[in-house]
Design a protein around this ligand. Structure first.
Ligand SMILES: [Zn+2]
Length: 440
């Protein structure tokens, strides 16, 4: 929490510095307080008055109380107290949703009695953090995120990211009578209904942008020092997470190579560009349709992407998705093994490395090919349901006898401790041989 507070403040201070604001006085606040709101819209819509600003904040999902009509008094009208950040005694204001919006969201331990009080300098510093706060609306939910880095790098990161983001982020203002209505839309190649999916969709787009401008190498190098703070959710259900720079760096390297693996292709009615196809044809086929509510259909995908952003390629979850899709007679995601190999190579081993994946996947693929056209496909389900390593192995040996050829099971034995992962990889390989689109 302290960490998030400091990171948010760093953004606000950077914004004030960039605008040549060195000293924060009540007069300065009065004169400049609309600027961070305008910056948050990437200067794409005018914010001319306090009531405009309040309406924009609501459109951006700031949880202002229904009564809030003003911002200025909340920043300037204080009482005697001690600033929670610098410890100075003097005039302080209590924190509000438009100053530091995450106080109650990410740390429910903060009680009414120990809420943040802020001196004018820190209140305005935090308030200005919104200038570099980014938003993706997701139906009921929202993803908000911001970056943190040492000052010199943070400035460059913001410049780069904002140049990219203004081509994808579209706030709009519509006057009706005295009132102005604000709304926000975001345009990205990948669909998204959940916060982690949205962040992944953005990074995919951002990597393409950087490559087009020959900035990727420089950016990936700097990302090592950048952390991304993500806050997602709706109502009482909020999730806050920090993605470390080293993870961002590997993620961008992974996506870049993945993009290079694709070809321009027609997918149904949709034309996919070269850099999109390998990403899209896997990602968009991870849905498990359950009904009209798209957010429910993508629960597994959101979970898979969340793990991906944590540095883990979850084969077991993926196997569940594949089996669910098989049950519904839906195509398997394309580029599966490309995703797996490139991810494991970018992020290094962990519980299973790229080499083990290749071996076990190859084994599964070979078995699957021999099963094709036979009535042995029920073994897929028997293997899938195997509850322990012994049962899994027994079924596998049975299957081996049925296809009439012995296979090298060493990779399975060697990874006995991770047998659930190995089982998932093996099954995925078999599934791809049997039902894959031949994309590999
Ligand atoms: Zn202070």
């Amino acid at each position: 929490m302290v960490d998030t507070l400091e990171a948010y403040l760093r953004n606000g201070e950077l914004f004030l510095k960039a605008g040549g604001i060195e000293e924060v006085t009540p007069e300065v606040i009065k004169e400049k307080y609309l600027l961070p709101v305008e910056a948050m819209t990437l200067h794409q819509i005018p914010v001319d008055s306090e009531s405009d600003a309040v309406a924009v904040l609501r459109a951006f999902g700031f949880e202002l109380s229904g009564k809030t009509k003003e911002i200025l008094p909340g920043l300037t009208k204080g009482r005697k107290g001690t600033c929670s950040i610098c410890g100075r005694k003097g005039e302080v204001v209590p924190n509000r949703a438009f100053i530091f919006p995450f106080e109650r969201k990410i740390d429910s331990v903060v009680g009414e009695s120990n809420r943040l009080s802020l001196c004018p300098e820190h209140a305005f510093g935090l308030y200005s953090g919104m200038a570099y706060l980014y938003l993706v609306p997701l139906g009921e939910q929202k993803l908000k995120f911001f970056f943190d880095a040492p000052e010199r790098i943070l400035k460059r990161v913001q410049n780069r990211f904002r140049e990219f983001w203004k081509d994808h982020f579209f706030p709009s203002a519509r006057k009706s009578g005295e009132k102005t209505h604000y709304s926000i839309s975001v345009s990205l190649t990948l669909s998204r209904t959940h916060p982690n999916e949205a962040f992944f969709a953005i990074i995919h787009e951002f990597v393409k942008f950087l490559k087009n401008r020959r900035l990727l190498e420089e950016a990936v190098e700097e990302e090592r020092l950048v952390r991304a703070h993500l806050v997602g959710g709706s109502g009482q259900f909020y999730e806050h997470r920090v993605i470390e720079g080293t993870t961002l760096q590997m993620l961008m390297a992974f996506l870049s190579r993945l993009q290079e693996s694709g070809n321009e292709v027609q997918w149904g009615r949709r034309h996919l560009d070269r850099w999109d196809s390998a990403v899209v044809l896997f990602y968009e086929n991870l849905e498990v349709p359950r009904g009209r509510d798209r957010a429910k259909n993508t629960l597994e995908r959101e979970e898979f992407i969340k793990k991906l952003l944590e540095g883990k390629f979850d084969f077991v979850l993926l196997n569940q998705i594949f089996m669910e899709r098989l049950r519904r007679k839906l195509p398997l995601p394309g580029y599966y093994s490309t995703w797996a190999v490139l991810y494991l190579e970018a992020f290094g081993g962990g519980y299973v490395d790229a080499e083990t994946f290749r071996q076990v996947n190859g084994l599964g693929y070979a078995l699957g090919r021999r099963m094709k056209g036979s009535n042995l496909e029920r073994y897929l389900w028997e293997l899938f349901r195997a509850r322990g390593f012994e049962e899994f192995l027994n079924r596998l040996v049975e299957l081996q006898a049925k296809v009439g050829e012995s296979i090298d099971l060493r990779a399975i034995y060697e990874n006995r401790r991770e047998w659930k992962v190995v089982k998932a990889i093996l099954l995925n390989g078999m599934l791809n041989a049997l039902y894959g689109g031949g994309k590999e």
